[in-house]
Design a protein around this ligand. Structure first.
Ligand code: ATP
Ligand code: MG
Length: 345
């Protein structure tokens, strides 16, 4: 038996606690060797006066376990609350945002049934450095910051990811025909590092045509690596194209800490009803297991999940003529995945 790896877990708000319970149930049944430590984040913490939505003691757990499985949270309206995601990303140095974008046709309606790609977005630099000022009454400026170490980290991460996950091609997207120094550096570093991975094909596209191609010919892409702002826009386009925003996971990777979550929000409209789809969070947990070296448990869960979806085990928002029976609740869905785990070795 592998030693249980301590991980930090936040149940979050809205549907968070329900989908987390379902997710942890599957992980346990699959024999994942994890020891969850729960922390409080989200609405209650904001309203208790912690302006970034996280209790000070929670940082201690995160710094110790270095692995964070996070359910969605609700940021209270008004009152100038800081985004918890931005705070966590900056505080823990999570430089890579990894978004697999996969279509699950015919169970999920999509324009591109064969879509299967991964967007790797730089997560700390670019226009998100938050350095803006006013030059005159009528002129405002925002600083676009791109560093060589930042480019090297994210480009190398993209190639390592491709190699570790059997991906064949990495495409870099920038606007270096216009921003010759900032985006130019990103592209240059990409060209410098690429030869270290001779088995992986490479390509560069200008972001505007790249985004257009992504929308019409996603089969041209495998892994995409791009600066922060372009990555933000591309990953929403790609998630929307798969048609399965409720199924999509993401990882935020740093040198020391990594965070895994679903891409959807806390869905207050369906909270407390036990009907939410836990798949986005469950697939994020699968990415987490790979990250902590438990690839076998990860594969077992992923396969069981796929066969549940293919068997017509669907929560309410996916329900169609391809589904079996009545819509599955979050927990029944988890149990149906567990039924398909097969025998533990
Ligand atoms: P937030 O501000 O927290 O991001 P939001 O309203 O922008 O919230 P979501 O919370 O992602 O966005 O919800 C968008 C829609 O998708 C809602 O109608 C919600 O019910 C639905 N939805 C989101 N996640 C799920 C899920 N896991 N299962 C089923 N439906 C979901
Ligand atoms: Mg939202």
């Amino acid at each position: 038996m592998t030693q249980a790896v301590p991980i930090t877990v936040a149940n979050g708000d809205g549907i968070g606690p329900e989908i987390m319970e379902a997710t942890l149930r599957v992980l346990k049944a699959a024999g994942a060797a994890i020891a969850p430590e729960f922390i409080e984040i989200g609405e209650k913490q904001y309203l208790a006066g912690h302006s970034s939505g996280i209790a000070p003691e929670a940082w201690e757990s995160l710094r110790r376990t270095k692995v964070f499985l996070k359910a969605p949270i609700t940021t209270p309206q008004g009152g100038g609350f800081k985004s918890l995601n931005v705070t966590i990303r900056k505080t823990l140095g999570l430089y890579a945002n990894v978004r697999p974008c996969v279509s699950y046709a015919p169970y999920v309606k999509t324009l591109h049934p064969k879509m299967d790609l991964v967007i790797i977005r730089e997560n700390e630099e670019d226009l998100y450095a938050g350095i803006e000022h006013r030059q005159t009454d009528e002129v405002f400026q925002c600083l676009k910051l791109i560093t060589r170490p930042g480019c090297e980290k994210i480009v190398r991460y993209a190639f390592e990811y491709a190699r570790a996950n059997g991906r064949k091609k990495v495409t870099c997207m920038t606007k270096d025909n216009i921003m010759k120094m900032t985006d130019g550096l990103f592209h240059k570093v990409f060209d410098e590092i690429a030869p270290e991975y001779p088995e992986i094909q490479t390509d560069h596209m200008i972001i505007d045509i790249g985004a257009a191609r992504l929308a019409t010919r996603p089969d041209l892409f495998d892994v995409i690596v791009t600066p922060n702002l372009y990555g933000d826009i591309l990953s929403d386009i790609a998630a929307e194209l798969t048609g399965s925003v409720g199924l999509a996971p993401s990882a935020n990777i740093g040198e020391h800490v990594a965070m895994f979550e679903a891409i959807h929000g806390s869905a207050p409209d369906i909270a407390g009803k036990g009907i939410a789809n836990p798949s986005g969070l469950l697939l994020a947990a699968v990415m987490m297991l790979v990250h902590i070296g438990q690839a076998e448990a990860a594969a077992r869960i992923h396969n069981a999940w796929l066969s549940a979806i293919e068997d017509g085990v669907h929560t309410a928002e996916l329900h169609s003529h391809l589904s079996i029976g009545r819509p599955f609740g979050s927990m029944d869905f988890a149990d149906a995945v567990i039924d398909r785990l097969g025998n533990l070795p």
